[in-house]
Write a protein that binds this ligand. Structure first.
Ligand code: G6P
Length: 475
């Protein structure tokens, strides 16, 4: 009997390739998705298809990479420099990313980049079909780089199960409408059976786009696409709770956390960790921290803002500019408010191993998340999972998807600088019992709705939808 397979597809593979002194290195990703789906794609004949983040030197090297990845159940889609510039940087990160994060003025519409986006989505489709799929297989596509893929696959097989999950927000239809190729993007997604988002609002915005822009109707809670019912639903993503809670308890991490506290002379540590991105509100956070130092001088030399920014997309002009601006502001605050004995901001532009992140979460008295828009934000969940046995307060932007679940955080409007600086003071003054109570309530949620739970719910629902569709067809 044929054993059905699960095919995971995302722009990036959960392993990235780098070459050092002529030797290829396969570096596994620590990301939440990679861990969450690890138990699936590594099993049986299942596979994960994606870009390995590397351009091979020769056909021979390509074959070597393919063989090595095959051992890990991974199938690469190689991209040329032109495709990386057009599909990834140009269309995904200079049209979809800014529009989906409400930055209309950052979008750069170029017809040639749209062509590359179509070409690469087709290349992913060809790679999928080269795997000899069966109609019983299940396909799970991840994120905005591959919005055309569901339809491309559907064209070749009417019955196959296709799920799509979008990790970033879906904007209100009036914003989405600005994209010249909006209809094709919506039609692309509608090739899936289940289209999922982190929040109710994102889902509603997508449904509105389908009804308002391409005139679909909704019947029995599903979109009517020809004679197929397509479902758009909410699946808030979780983290690998056990990984973070047990890391935080390990003696190595505990020792490192103590060393970090000593390094900062037991000052209160306010922690922020993000990828370099304008959607994360890093500049707004720096303004708010400066405002805090102005309004609460009694806290001078009592606190340190430990700000880790992880390098990302630095070939895109907006990101380069943002980096310069962060350097400038952090330098300004340290120069104006710092003393011989105290540097207010410890700023690092670097990538850290997960053990170091865990030590930072454990040591931090406050975790400050000020995203201007964020699909979910997993950093705040990782912070909570690291706090079973240490105190801390989460300050969370109400514009991050996680704010819909983490109601015990101090929630702030990331554009309201005063509100953030007051929240820092409130967090510093919060009694220990209240910190514990709020943290325990958040832990309960993050532990229960963890990544395995998310994966299980998604597949259960996809299977249920296929049954509903089959019943409808046979009527
Ligand atoms: C976000 C997106 C992912 C993306 C990641 C890193 O989390 O939702 O799809 O992979 O950022 O960005 P990058 O452009 O480096 O893949």
């Amino acid at each position: 009997m044929y054993k059905k397979r699960t095919i995971i597809i995302s722009n990036r593979l959960p392993v990235r390739i780098e070459k050092h002194k002529g030797v290829l290195k396969f570096i596994p990703s620590e990301g939440g998705l990679a861990t969450g789906l690890g138990s699936i794609y590594k099993k049986d004949n299942n596979i994960w298809i994606g870009w390995p983040g590397y351009i091979p030197d020769s056909e021979e090297e390509k074959e070597i990479i393919k063989e090595e990845l095959k051992e890990l159940n991974l199938i690469p889609v190689f991209l040329t420099i032109e495709q990386i510039e057009g599909y990834y940087e140009g269309f995904s990160n200079e049209v979809l990313w800014p529009i989906f994060h409400h930055r209309l003025s950052y979008a750069v519409y170029k017809q040639e980049n749209w062509q590359y986006y179509k070409e690469v989505n087709q290349a992913f489709c060809d790679t999928i079909w080269a795997q000899q799929l069966d109609a019983k297989d299940e396909i799970w596509i991840h994120d905005y780089q591959l919005m055309l893929l569901p339809k491309l696959i559907r064209q070749d097989d009417e019955k196959i199960s296709i799920g799509y999950f979008q990790h970033i927000p879906f904007p209100p239809d009036e914003i989405f409408r600005c994209i010249p190729w909006r209809n094709e993007l919506l039609e692309g997604l509608l090739g899936a059976d289940l289209i999922a988002f982190h929040t109710y609002n994102d889902t509603q915005h997508f449904l509105n786009a389908c009804t308002h822009i391409i005139g679909l109707t909704i019947k029995n809670n599903s979109l009517q696409v020809g004679d197929r019912s397509v479902y758009a639903e909410v699946f808030p993503m979780g983290i690998d709770y056990n990984k973070f809670s047990s890391l935080a308890e390990s003696p190595e991490v505990q020792n490192r956390a103590r060393a970090i506290k000593e390094q900062y002379q037991n000052r209160k540590i306010i922690l922020s960790i993000d990828r370099l991105d304008y959607s994360k509100g890093i500049l707004e956070r720096l303004h708010a921290f400066e405002n805090f130092l102005i309004n609460w001088p009694e806290y001078h030399s009592q606190v340190v803002l430990y700000m880790l920014v992880v390098p990302s997309r630095d070939t895109v002009p907006q990101y380069k500019r943002l980096r310069d601006e962060i350097d400038r502001m952090a330098g300004h605050i340290n120069a104006v408010y710092g003393t011989n004995a105290w540097t207010p901001i410890a700023y690092y532009y670097n990538t850290y191993p997960v053990e170091e992140l865990s030590a930072l979460y454990t040591a931090a008295d406050i975790c400050l998340v000020t995203s201007l828009r964020d699909g979910m934000n997993l950093v705040c969940k990782e912070y909570i999972a690291s706090k079973e046995n240490s105190l801390g307060v989460l300050i969370l932007s109400e514009l991050a998807g996680a704010s819909k679940e983490l109601l015990d955080a101090i929630q702030v409007n990331p554009n309201a600088i005063n509100e953030i600086s007051n929240a820092i003071a409130q967090a510093l003054q919060m009694p220990k019992e209240e910190q514990r109570k709020r943290m325990d309530d958040s832990i309960e949620i993050v532990e229960k709705f963890n990544i395995n739970h998310w994966v299980k719910l998604f597949f259960n629902r996809l299977r249920e939808i296929k049954i509903i569709q089959r019943n409808e067809m046979s009527r």
